[in-house]
Design a protein around this ligand. Structure first.
Ligand code: ATP
Length: 332
């Protein structure tokens, strides 16, 4: 770590203030993303992965607010705390799409249906680069070729609905990398796609990342995707990171019972999978009424009454960089 850190999130808390109550979507999260590396964030639906990403880009939905924390983005010429920026101001708009780009799960909703993909990529290029429209069109065609879209000089004039899901996601990626971002945030980029296409898109992201030296924050509920892609991993549960560390530590030396359960949920070849996480007992609790103590205790096979339900477990460093928040490893 050290000088190689690109983004550092410190004690981030992002809450939703709703009529029904307060949803602590992100509740005291810390992590670092290194330059050029893939940082995987994994956890079940609703654990706060997307809201963490949206906090970084300052594109939170209405009623969502960062109530505490810092998001330090390091550049060669100094650092900036993204939390301090006006979410509608010029500075974050310059960073968004240029230095930090994002691809979403369903490109159909991210791409405007009434404009060709070329128009949309050209617009992104013109917004962040000092080139003519003609040059931007050439760059767009080149980008479409680089992301593996056949006949890019023709496809540049296609509308999103004229492309397959996989091709649309490639077009989205072309738009995202158009200004050479130092960080790409990919939020479930392959979840909506067929399995074979998923592998192709992940390969594409991996190759582009190597070529361009960009870091990726990869959000997924799928441990298989993490194994394939990530250098470092954070496991999230109900707004908190419960375990984090280098990918090999997480896979070969998992400590948190939730991580262990997620790993058991990876589908095995030839074995029928019923649910996404059939090996984890119980449901994710109601976000308005979080369990006391460790938030995982009502579902945890190693739950110790009087301990796990009383206090929040402290974060313990198991080996360098491998951290876990669980009373099984100390803090009782
Ligand atoms: N627009 C919103 N208004 C109110 N609450 C929200 C909103 N968006 C998300 N939340 C709440 O914030 C919490 C975290 O949601 P988030 O979308 O970050 O989860 P996630 O881990 O990305 O899940 P998924 O994989 O389903 O997107 C959830 O409890 C969710 O209900």
């Amino acid at each position: 770590m050290g000088d190689n850190v690109l983004l550092e999130v410190k004690n981030l808390r992002t809450y939703f203030f709703l009529d029904e109550g307060v949803v602590k979507a992100v509740d005291g999260v810390n992590f670092k993303i290194e330059k050029g590396k893939t940082f995987g964030v994994v956890g079940e639906s609703g654990c706060g992965k997307s809201i963490t990403a949206q906090s970084i880009l300052r594109i939170l939905p209405p009623r969502g607010e960062i109530v505490e924390g810092e998001i330090i983005f390091y550049r060669d010429d100094g650092s900036v705390d993204l939390v301090k920026l006006d979410p509608k101001g010029q500075e974050i708009r310059d960073i968004r799409g240029k230095e930090v780009a994002m691809v979403f799960q369903e490109p159909m909703t991210a791409l405007a249906p009434v404009y060709t993909i070329g128009d949309q990529i050209i617009e992104a290029i013109l917004l962040h680069q000092n080139v003519t429209k003609e040059q931007a069109r050439k760059i767009a065609i080149d980008l479409l070729g680089r992301v593996g879209i056949p006949k890019p000089e023709e496809r540049v004039d296609a509308y999103p609905f004229e492309l397959s899901g996989g091709m649309r996601q490639r077009a989205m990626i072309a738009m995202a990398i158009s200004s050479n971002p130092s960080l790409l945030i990919a939020d479930e980029p392959t979840t909506a796609l067929d399995v074979t296409i998923q592998a192709q898109i992940l390969d594409l992201i991996k190759n582009l990342q190597k070529e361009m030296g960009m870091a990726t924050m990869l959000i997924t509920h799928n441990m298989g995707v993490i194994a394939e892609m990530a250098d470092d991993v954070a496991v999230m549960y109900l707004g908190k990171i419960v375990e984090s560390g280098p990918v090999n530590e997480i896979f070969y030396n998992p400590k948190h019972p939730y991580t262990v359960a997620l790993l058991k949920s990876i589908p095995k070849v030839g074995k029928k999978v019923k649910g996404r996480l059939e090996s984890i007992e119980g449901m994710v609790p109601d976000p308005y009424n979080l369990p006391t103590g460790c938030r995982f205790h009502p579902r945890c096979p190693s739950y110790v009454e009087g301990t796990c339900d009383k206090a929040e477990p402290p974060e313990i460093e198991i080996t360098t960089g491998h951290k876990v928040s669980c009373f099984l490893y100390g803090g009782r």
